[in-house]
Structures are given as structure tokens and as C-alpha cells.
Design a protein around this ligand. Structure first.
Ligand code: SF4
Length: 225
């Protein structure tokens, strides 16, 4: 349970980041499936590399569940090579597609009516889909009000002493959920704004000067996360 001061800070962070950077309009994808594909491919790599892989899939008319299902592992791995760990990610993408056909007839639209908690559990049971990926799919591909936690949120909240060292994914997520309206748009923007701040300012070595959060109390020492 957070104190009123922390609640205000969580909300103030959002206002400050939005004021500085404006809406980020995430997720950059044309379809729910493309969004889910990007969420799987972006693990441990930069978004620029994911864009190259998605573009290659698009050029090869592979951005449909049916095409992804019928492609061989080898072909898929070659097509997504730019995003790194291509063999592993091809396997993960295939696992997700198998799940989509097994439970939802190969259509992400069929997931929309499902209970969010049940969907989350199902996604987490797919080999290679962890909490951040599952929540990204729920929030950005399916429009469910689920907050996505990543290393930037962990680092920023840690440096601002809003979470203890070693806080779990669930604890960090709860901090946001408890203190914000359960609103898909707010959750989506907030996560995107955190990523932007992390990239521009809150790197391993923080650049606090000029950061939208520089006036909130924080540690500016190097944090290895
Ligand atoms: S760069 Fe500094 S002020 Fe900005 S979020 Fe990180 S610790 Fe806070």
C-alpha cells in the first residue's frame, strides 16, 4: 500500500512526462497480430531491429496468423534475423501462433471478449512469453487496462525511492495500478513515456539535468539495472 505522497508523485510523473514529450501513440503497428509479433520480437533488442524484422515479414506477406503458422521454423528464423536471437524468437513466435489457433481460432479478435486475468494466465503459459511481453500484448494489441513494467520503470522508480531494491514485477505494476485510473490510454502512454525518459535520461548513468523528473527527490548514482 502506498502513501498519499507516493500516489501524488506517481500521478505527477505522468503529467510531467506527458507535458514534456506529448502523446507517444504506442504501439506502432497496423494490426493486433503485428503488435503481438513486435512484442515477442522486441525481447532483448532495440526497436529499430524489430522494425527491420517486421518490415521483412511484411514484404514477404507473412504478417498473418495463417502464414506464420504454415512457414517453416527455418524460413521464419531467416526472415526475423535482424532482431537477434532469431532461432529462439522464431520458436517463441510459433508457440504464440500455436496458442492462438488452439484457443482462439487463429484470430486475435476472438481474445477480446475473454477475461483479462484468464488471458494473462494463458499467455504466461506459452513458452517464451514472460510478464512484460504478455502485458504488452494485453495492453497494446488487445486494449486491456494492464500496466506494462520494464527495466526503465524499475530503474526510475528505484532511483526515486518509490520501490525497494529487488521489488518484484507484480509489486511495481501494483504501484502504478493502485495510483492511476484503470484506463488503457493512460497505461499505454505512461509506459511509452517511461521508455522515452529512460532512453533520453535515465540510462545506466543517469542524465538528470534537464530530465522532466529532475525536481522530484532521487538518487542520481549509477544503477546497474
Ligand atoms: S535521469 Fe535522474 S531525474 Fe530523470 S528519472 Fe532518472 S534519476 Fe530521475
Amino acid at each position: 500500500m502506498t502513501g498519499i505522497g507516493d500516489s501524488i508523485r506517481i500521478r505527477n510523473f505522468y503529467s510531467a512526462l506527458l507535458k514534456r514529450y506529448g502523446p507517444q501513440d504506442w504501439w506502432p503497428a497496423e494490426t493486433r497480430l503485428e503488435c503481438a509479433t513486435g512484442a515477442i520480437l522486441t525481447q532483448n533488442t532495440s526497436w529499430r531491429n524489430v522494425e527491420k524484422a517486421i518490415e521483412t515479414l511484411r514484404e514477404n506477406l507473412m504478417l498473418s496468423a495463417e502464414k506464420l503458422r504454415s512457414a517453416s521454423h527455418e524460413r521464419l528464423a531467416v526472415l526475423i534475423r535482424p532482431c537477434g536471437y532469431h532461432n529462439l524468437k522464431a520458436k517463441r513466435l510459433k508457440n504464440f501462433i500455436d496458442f492462438l489457433f488452439a484457443g482462439y481460432g487463429g484470430e486475435m479478435e476472438n481474445m477480446l471478449a475473454e477475461d483479462t486475468g484468464k488471458l494473462r494466465k494463458e499467455l504466461l503459459s506459452v513458452n517464451g512469453i514472460g510478464e512484460e511481453t504478455a502485458d504488452s500484448i494485453l495492453l497494446y494489441a488487445l486494449g486491456k487496462p494492464v500496466f506494462v513494467v520494464d527495466n526503465y520503470s524499475r530503474r526510475i522508480l528505484g532511483r526515486h525511492r518509490l520501490i525497494p531494491e529487488g521489488a518484484s514485477y507484480a509489486e511495481i505494476q501494483e504501484l502504478f495500478v493502485q495510483n492511476l485510473p484503470a484506463d488503457t490510454e493512460v497505461f499505454g502512454e505512461y509506459h511509452a513515456l517511461i521508455v522515452k525518459t529512460g532512453k533520453l535520461h535515465c540510462a545506466k548513468t543517469p542524465r538528470c539535468e534537464g530530465c522532466p523528473l529532475e525536481h522530484d527527490p532521487h538518487d542520481s548514482g549509477i544503477n546497474p539495472i
